[in-house]
Design a protein around this ligand. Structure first.
Ligand code: ATP
Ligand code: FE2
Length: 338
């Protein structure tokens, strides 16, 4: 079985092709929009997605040496994400499904970040640390759904470091040689400054931390020291919540996923925490950390095998589609996929 998946929820147009036989991912082609200034402008990003979608689709098929006729189903991320961007991917997917007579499979973007990590780790029932531009959540499978065991009550971890980088004059670009500019700057930090560490029960709050860090920069503190203090505080907060989630859920595996999982420092903190509880640890490989089409195609394949399809004429985008609203029929109680 072959499923083609389309990702266009925010800044990335990605097309992946998944197979139910090894190596499971046959191609994963993506292009990312990087705003020249400010944060993501949904209209600009959607234009970038529209301009690049066809080439990305053609290249994904070519890399797998397949034609669209070989594909069994089309999967698409219908949410959560930015409306104008989601609409491009949804339109392309509807077109392919109708034009070539293929079933259409709706995929939740957050579930896809988790499922690609399940594939690469071989884990059956992990505690998931999902950290990205739109999300910061501790998630575990329970009674048919991925449930949230802690999350940010305001901005996400990715948003925190991106906004800080922008406001402090470090970005764009945000990523240099695969490293986030705040982390690169932090590597020259020498002093830990006291910043608000805001963990409330199982939730974290990052907006006060952002304001305080920016104030420190304005008050003349060394930028490298503020960067170091910011990431140390922010990463420790989410790892603390993950640690409690692990104790509470008694899971034996920890999976780190989402764009910010590409951070070596966050990886080392999460790994140390997992190992101190004798849990196995896995970080999603870099190529699947940020948004990509492979994760949509793989999750689409799991869903399609369990009969999840949608009439193309009813396929609407869902900008606020929460991870815990999605039925996961391909996992049984132990989290094992079938
Ligand atoms: P969501 O999954 O919430 O919809 P998203 O679609 O915005 O998120 P992702 O590609 O999953 O996007 O994550 C993007 C985030 O990952 C950005 O905040 C970016 O700065 C961050 N990121 C990317 N590479 C790195 C890195 N090497 N270190 C730290 N953060 C990184
Ligand atoms: Fe994402």
């Amino acid at each position: 079985m072959l499923v083609l998946g389309i990702e266009s929820t925010a800044h990335t147009i990605g097309v992946g092709i998944a197979s139910d036989k090894p190596p499971f991912v046959l191609s994963n082609v993506y292009r990312r929009y990087v705003p020249s200034s400010g944060g993501i402008h949904p209209r600009e990003s959607s234009r970038f997605i529209a301009e690049n979608a066809y080439d990305v689709l053609v290249e994904a098929l070519a890399r797998a040496n397949l034609s669209i006729k070989d594909i069994d189903a089309i999967a698409v991320a219908l949410g959560p994400g930015l409306g104008p961007c989601l609409r491009i991917g949804a339109t392309l997917a509807r077109f392919l499904a109708l034009r070539y007579g293929k079933p259409l499979v709706p995929v939740n973007h957050a579930v896809a970040h988790i499922e690609i990590g399940m594939l690469t780790s071989g884990f059956r029932d992990p505690l998931v640390i999902y950290v990205s531009g739109g999300n910061t959540a501790i998630i575990a499978f329970l009674e048919g759904k991925y449930r949230v065991f802690g999350e940010t009550i305001d901005i996400s971890l990715g948003n925190l470091i991106d906004t800080f980088a922008r406001e402090a004059g470090l970005a764009p670009p945000y990523i240099v040689n695969g490293r986030h500019v705040v982390e690169l700057c932090a590597s020259r930090g020498e002093r830990l400054l006291s910043l608000p560490y805001s963990v409330k029960g199982q939730d974290v709050s990052y907006s006060g931390l952002l304001t305080a860090a920016l104030n420190m920069v304005r008050n003349g503190e060394r930028l490298e020291d503020v960067c170091l203090s910011l990431i140390e505080t922010a990463y420790s907060m989410i790892v603390e919540v993950a640690e409690r989630g692990l104790a509470h859920t008694r899971k034996k595996e920890v999976l780190l996923t989402g764009g910010v999982s590409a951070s070596p420092l966050l990886e080392s903190k999460a790994k140390l925490m997992a190992e101190s509880h004798e849990a196995l640890f896995h970080n999603v490989p870099r190529e699947y950390a940020g948004d990509n089409g492979a994760m949509i195609s793989w999750t689409g394949l799991l869903a399609y095998k369990h009969g999840v399809t949608i009439n193309p004429l009813d396929a609407r985008i869902e900008q606020r589609w929460r991870v815990d609203e999605v039925d996961i029929p391909w996992r049984n109680q132990a989290g094992r996929s079938s």
